[in-house]
Design a protein around this ligand. Structure first.
Ligand code: 5CA
Length: 439
């Protein structure tokens, strides 16, 4: 993409309404714009990262055996009357009346709808297990929307729902999601810690929140520092095998949010020099709730003895849009964002220091074509502006690599390659620089 043609409205000044760094940088780097409180438009670069995050989540859900569907954002209230949550959900639910006077709502989550779909289609234990997920916008009329996409009113969520014949099978489904979450967050360049959690309005008896440690997080958390070094399950993890040992390994050391924190357990099980009391961002939340929805919604199947039994269920959420904020909170410096390679909007920023110089423009245009031909996503700053402004914008945007081409370097047959994360700059021949970028 040529920057001269790109819709990238960067801001020089910090927007006053943004209290935390991720919100400031998302606005300044031209990723999002607020439509109204807690509701955002996604501009090209923001959307590009959102799609990359979404795709990694999708790949890991598929790998773990979940199947993608897409349910609507608008749901009939009657569905929620069946489960009893229409009244329970309170003011967080955005309620709408259609032209026929029927009560509708903008879905804050989809347990009811997916259970209804399942109940109408599956009648036998032979069709189990099933795990259906979608990645869809949700609406919760939060009392205090804040921190940009971190606590929005409209936000993008991945929600998966598992259906099993009994508790044991359902626990195995829970474990598959648990392991896939460890892999997902690892791929996103994050260390997420599974913590025993409260189940809130979703309900159930077993629940973990996946939390990224960050000073700006909304939750207070207590955990063992060994979590920071633990190796995540590898890509070849066998989802058809017994995952309990992995789950046990990740839940045997102490980690709890403040709602579940017990001082004696924390201090009794974690040596003093390994105790971490800090703040965290909840990026995922998984729940096992047995028959809480299947019974009222009529999701029954015949078991192997010919008895009609309610299915055991779990639900598994990831805050897709929140993750962009969380990644930036975890990876930035005073100049801007530092994108992990896996989600970077572009792999390399090509900076032409002198757009009016013919030799420079020619060298950069050639390089840009080379990148495009090789499938390397490149953002090409071909604008006729000052070098200083170009460097500032490129640092703010936070692409992993910057390749700088100027008239002096060209004469000497070298380009400058900067690693955004380490700040390291090297003067290299073009060939050496390209080979460093894997070309
Ligand atoms: N039905 C269940 C699991 S599918 C559910 O809704 N869980 S949840 O309420 O915990 O939400 C799942 C994830 O969505 C959270 O872990 C969080 O990362 C994200 N999330 C929740 N509320 C918001 C919000 N207001 N803004 C941005 N992300 C949010």
């Amino acid at each position: 993409m040529r920057l001269s043609a790109y819709f990238l409205p960067t801001l020089k000044e910090n927007p006053t309404e943004a209290q935390i760094v991720s919100h400031r940088y998302m606005l300044r780097a031209g990723m999002i714009r607020q439509a109204t409180s807690g509701i955002y438009s996604w501009l090209p670069m923001g959307l590009k990262v959102l799609r990359k995050v979404e795709q990694i989540i999708r790949e890991e859900q598929n790998r773990a055996g979940a199947q993608e569907i897409l349910m609507p954002t608008i749901q009939p209230a009657d569905l929620w009357r069946k489960s009893g949550r229409y009244d329970d959900y309170g003011k967080e639910m955005l309620r709408i009346e259609d032209r026929h006077g029927r009560d509708m709502l903008y879905g804050p989550t989809n347990e009811e709808m997916v259970t209804e779909i399942f109940a109408n289609a599956v009648k036998s234990y032979k069709d189990l297990p099933k795990n259906l997920y979608h990645i869809q916008w949700k609406f919760r009329d939060e009392v205090r929307p804040r921190f940009g996409v971190m606590r929005g009113r409209e936000f993008f969520m991945k929600d998966a729902y598992s259906f099993d014949i009994d508790f044991e099978a359902s626990k195995a489904a829970y474990n598959r999601m648990f392991v896939s979450y460890l892999r997902t967050f690892e791929r996103l360049g994050l260390r997420a810690i599974p913590m025993a959690a409260d189940t809130g309005p979703i309900g159930g008896d077993l629940s973990h929140e996946f939390i990224i440690l960050a000073d700006t997080g909304e939750s207070e958390v207590f955990c063992h520092s060994d979590f920071l070094e633990k190796a995540s399950p590898s890509a070849d993890v066998d989802y058809s095998g017994d995952l309990q040992p992995i789950v046990d390994d990740w839940t045997s050391i102490y980690a709890a949010t403040d709602e579940m924190y017990v001082k004696e357990d924390f201090e009794g099980s974690v040596p003093e020099d390994k105790r971490m009391q800090c703040r965290g961002i909840e990026v995922g939340h998984i729940f096992h709730f047995g028959t809480k929805y299947s019974e009222p919604m009529g999701a029954y199947v015949l078991n192997s003895e010919g008895e009609n039994v309610p299915v055991f269920m779990g639900s598994y959420g990831i805050g897709v849009s929140r993750l962009l904020g969380a990644i930036i909170e975890a990876s930035h410096d005073e100049n801007g964002i530092i994108w992990p390679e896996a989600v970077a909007p572009y792999q390399v920023g090509l900076i032409n220091l002198k757009a009016k110089d013919e030799a420079c423009a020619k060298a950069c245009d050639d390089l840009y074509q080379k990148f495009n031909a090789a499938g390397v996503d490149c953002l090409y700053d071909d604008r006729d502006t000052s070098a200083g402004a170009k460097f500032k914008d490129m640092d703010l945007i936070g692409l992993p690599w910057q390749m700088v081409i100027g008239p002096r370097g060209l004469k000497n047959g070298v380009v400058e390659l900067k690693n955004r994360k380490t700040g390291e700059k090297e003067e290299l021949t073009l060939e050496a620089a390209l080979s460093k970028l894997g070309l």
